[in-house]
Design a protein around this ligand. Structure first.
Ligand code: ARG
Length: 272
């Protein structure tokens, strides 16, 4: 199987103010020290990787007091140039929604202020014609309906059941959106039985990722259609990617994992 890279446009937020001062997912421990300079270096490596591949990276100004703002994927959902704002579940992150929405409005995008709780592309993953949408921990299913009405896309609700995989992008990765050879990867145990059945029906050839690789947030991977940024510890998944025609590229985001996120969390694709 031959896979094709396509040029991407990403929005990122430098982790200038990164630390773990509150705990809103099982990965976060405010007693464990964070090394902000190391987080910045790892993030710079990720950004430079995208630039070396010819992708465009835009930046939003990090705000003091919002340590999780580095996880740009949560900032909004962007489909066909339409921006559906994030509305965070936890008060600690709520100010991020308007900041990201303003960035898009200033850049000339049509934005809609969400009425329903949703955490952007942490839970909403564009996969070809449909949007795969997580719920169970953060995003309300009512937001799936709101997003469907706003974009006119089919939104497929998937229920997450393990608190370590609290956002869809910690349990499922979109690898190839080409309708001729679509491909996703996921960790089945992160989903309810009904959602596992739905994924198996829609994507019978999907890569099923082991508990061990998923536990390193291996599924928090970013694909440009062929090249895939993946956590270096997820070695089994890297092998599965190669076998399916992808090129895995390990990028270490261990410091950002202390907040419960990896490469994909730090990357919001701007689909104009
Ligand atoms: N500390 C953040 C939170 O719990 C991490 C967000 C990770 N982002 C993601 N796209 N999964 O909200």
């Amino acid at each position: 199987m031959s896979r094709t890279s396509t040029p991407r446009r990403y929005l990122m937020c430098r982790p200038t103010h990164f630390e773990v001062t509150y705990e809103i997912n099982p990965w976060m421990n405010s007693q464990v020290a964070t090394d902000t300079a190391l987080a910045v270096r790892q993030w710079e490596t990720l950004r430079e990787t995208y630039l070396a591949w010819g992708h465009t990276v835009e930046l939003i100004e990090p705000a003091p007091g919002l340590p999780d703002m580095v996880y740009a994927a949560n900032g909004a959902t962007v489909v066909d140039g339409l921006v559906y704002s994030a509305r965070f579940r936890h008060p600690e992150r709520q100010p991020e929604g308007p900041l990201y929405q303003k960035w898009f409005a200033d850049a000339g995008f049509v934005t809609q202020t969400a009425a329903e709780v949703n955490e952007g592309e942490g839970d909403m993953l564009v996969m070809g014609d449909v949007i795969l949408a997580g719920t169970g921990f953060r995003t309300d299913p009512a937001a799936h309906r709101e997003l469907a009405a706003f974009t006119g896309r089919e939104v497929v609700t998937l229920e997450l059941v393990n608190p370590r995989f609290y956002h869809l992008d910690t349990a499922l990765a979109v690898l190839d959106e080409d309708p001729a050879h679509p491909m996703i990867a996921y960790h089945p145990d992160a989903f309810s039985p009904a959602s596992q059945a739905e994924l198996a029906r829609r994507y019978p050839d999907a890569i099923r990722v082991s508990a061990e690789d998923a536990a390193h947030l291996g599924l928090n991977a970013v694909s440009d259609g062929r090249r895939v940024v993946v956590a270096p510890q997820a070695t089994g998944f890297a092998e599965q990617l190669r076998a399916a025609g992808f090129e895995p590229h390990p990028v270490d985001t261990s410091e950002l994992l202390k907040g419960g996120g990896g490469a994909k969390c730090c990357t919001l694709e701007v689909r104009a």
